[in-house]
Design a protein around this ligand. Sequence first.
Ligand code: PLP
Length: 399
Amino acid sequence: MLQLARRMGRAKPSAIMAVAEKAKSLKAAGRDIISFSIGVPNFLPAEHVYAAARDALGKDSGQYGSNRGSDALLDAFLKHIEATGLTGYTRANCSTGIGAKHVLYNLAEALLDEGDTIAYAVPYWTTYADIAEICNAKSLELPCPASQNYKLTPAQLDAALASKPKIFLFNNPNNPTGMVYTKDEISALADVLVKYPDTWIVTDDIYNRMVFDGLGYHNFVHFQPSLRDRVIFVDSLSKTYGMPGWRVGFMVGPELVAKALTTLNSNHITNIPEVVTAAAIAALTGPQDVPTSKNAEFQAKRDQVMAVMNSIPGVICPKPQGAFYVFPDISCAFGKSHDGKKIENDVDLCNLLLEAKGVACVPGSAFGEPRALRISYTCPTAQLPEGLKRFKEFFAELA
Ligand code: PLP
């Protein structure tokens, strides 16, 4: 009998897309749906990005390009990350991919042998667990519930690294929680990381420009420069510049790793297309009004969401300080009913919320935390109060 590879038995379609699809079909059927489900920015790239792409169309060589990324693109990226305090790297430390998701898959292929362990905090961005499954690696999940602000503690990290996982995968600011680690928290985790030289450290920090309340972004290498030998910083244009569909991701880290990813690119994608490269350079080097002005907007929306979360009895919601997500623990609703329909878990709650109120959220189980759900507040600003009003009504109607 013809069969797919065994690994496909472990690969699952994205749970986030499943909610989005359901919301879309209800909308197509005429329902008034407000989507808090998909984590995409609600703005387009700046005009200078389009202008660069249009200009490049006229000059496109139509040829294969560099597997690592063009020199101009890598230089633009290096300059960009200097503002994040990551300095002293060269093109040889960099590689690119078709979005950060592709860079992360490349890293898993480059660093993990079958049976190796990858450690990460829970809640996690869904793809982490899928990458581990597809690579036949073991996941070491480190539970970080709402009661500890969804943050990993140094003691937890210490205990996890003692078992020598091949990779520690870290995500800050975090999807799905929106939490941002403070300077002191990153410094304390970095002190633990130096003790375990056999573990690669991947910092998936694609929301590093989306930090509120003047908190700032911090990386382990800022506090322990020796970690540069094994920290791999991953970044993307998707969220910062409103360019998720353009598919541009990067890494900077040890030359050995950057070279390995470039070799994988030579066998997978070959190169980022010329027109996309031109748009990416324009985004990285042009006026930075887009990320800067959007932060103020997101922070105001975060405050609106938090005001409602804090007003619902039983809902526990640590205050996020970055990205565009809020991740309330809604387990107070389990065992109750809405309109006679019983809520056993997060999936029931999200389904009923969508059916009864037309509000789409992603069940926390998609992120390994079934006591919560994710609200992405990138919907049009005018829709947010109405969506939140319906959310609150739903909880008030529970019996
Ligand atoms: N990492 C995190 C934490 C994300 O939330 C996402 C996208 O939602 C990605 C990586 C992938 O980003 P990209 O669009 O660059 O593939």
